[in-house]
Design a protein around this ligand. Structure first.
Ligand SMILES: *[C@@H]1O[C@H](CO)[C@@H](O)[C@H](O)[C@H]1NC(C)=O
Ligand SMILES: *[C@@H]1O[C@H](CO)[C@@H](O)[C@H](O)[C@H]1NC(C)=O
Length: 294
């Protein structure tokens, strides 16, 4: 299943926040960003650049349009709530998008708005009808039903899905399953042993440390999943262990990823990759390694 999501927020009365911020996501990864302060579209994934200049120009045009519409709607909604002269902060948020299952071609779209953090209005795609979640949304509902609901229905069921397919082709490099490389890294003999997993796609991975075949939770610190520049991901699990302890027991890093069978890497001195050679014993706790094991 692939998905495209738009997250747009208009605010008023909130210092240091642009009046409009728009973020586009593909498969839950941010691909583009726009805010009304810079008034420009920023590509956030290398592969999106392949879509070309025209794509960026269209995004800018569309986001500038959204900025204007959001400001107008926010004003209108504030009037409905009798908050016109209000000095406090208010927000209008939209979340919309679609999903596409590449095996059976099933699609699903949605569009919903929140005002000041609560549901406000959403599109019922089946009936091509906006549904007000609060009485103050009635006036917008009346305004949008008709042309606006037909436009969104067409967009979410056709154009949005077309975009997913286009993104999926452009991002092909990053959309194929990629097998991770697992390495054991250590800065010096007193620092934690890092089980470093990189180069995988999609981003879900399980890394754990076992001691004599039993899952270890204490003395293990699992990091966040981070993005690599090529659309793949990396993650690490650190094991705090002293050399005399690990030489008496068997420690194993276990990595599970969709791309293949689990990898078990038993901790031995020969398997550890380190950068201490040549630089002398380092007291720094940070690790600097090349990431491709030979
Ligand atoms: C706004 O003001 C009008 C007129 O005073 C009142 O009828 C309405 O209930 C108010 N709406 C809200 C949401 O307070
Ligand atoms: C990770 O572990 C959870 C819980 O055991 C499991 O549901 C999930 O499928 C695993 N993920 C992978 C990528 O193996």
């Amino acid at each position: 299943i692939h998905s495209w999501t738009g997250l747009y927020t208009a605010t008023t009365g909130i210092k240091d926040l642009p009046e409009f911020v728009g973020v586009n996501l593909f498969d839950d990864e941010v691909t583009g960003y726009f805010d009304s302060k810079n008034n420009q579209f920023e590509i956030r994934q290398d592969w999106v650049k392949e879509l070309g200049e025209k794509y960026v120009e269209d995004q800018i045009k569309s986001f500038r349009d959204f900025t204007w519409k959001f400001k107008e709607n926010l004003k209108l909604i504030m009037t409905e709530f009798n908050q016109t002269g209000d000095q406090g902060g208010h927000t209008l948020q939209q979340m919309y998008g679609c999903q596409w299952e590449d095996e059976d071609g099933a699609t699903e779209g949605y569009s919903q708005f929140g005002y000041d953090g609560a549901d406000f209005i959403r599109l019922d795609l089946k009936n091509t009808d906006w549904v007000a979640a609060r009485p103050q949304a009635e006036i917008i509902k009346q305004k949008w039903n008709g042309d606006q609901s037909k436009y969104w229905k067409k967009y979410l069921e056709h154009d949005c899905v077309k975009w997913i397919k286009k993104y999926a082709r452009s991002g092909k490099i990053s959309l194929e399953r990629k097998v991770p490389q697992v390495s054991l890294l250590q800065t010096d003999s007193s620092s934690p042993v890092v089980c470093h997993v990189t180069g995988f796609y999609p981003d879900k991975v399980n890394i754990s440390w076992q001691k004599d075949g039993q899952d270890l939770h204490e003395d293990v610190d699992v990091g966040e999943t981070l993005s690599n520049h090529d659309g793949t991901f990396q993650k690490r699990a650190e094991l705090k262990v002293t050399p005399d302890v690990w030489k008496k027991n068997q420690f194993t890093c276990v990595m599970e990823h969709k791309s293949g069978d689990p990898i078990h890497m038993i901790l031995t001195e020969e398997k550890i990759r380190t950068n201490r050679a040549g630089t002398g014993a380092s007291s720094s706790s940070s690790t600097y390694f090349t990431l491709n094991p030979t």
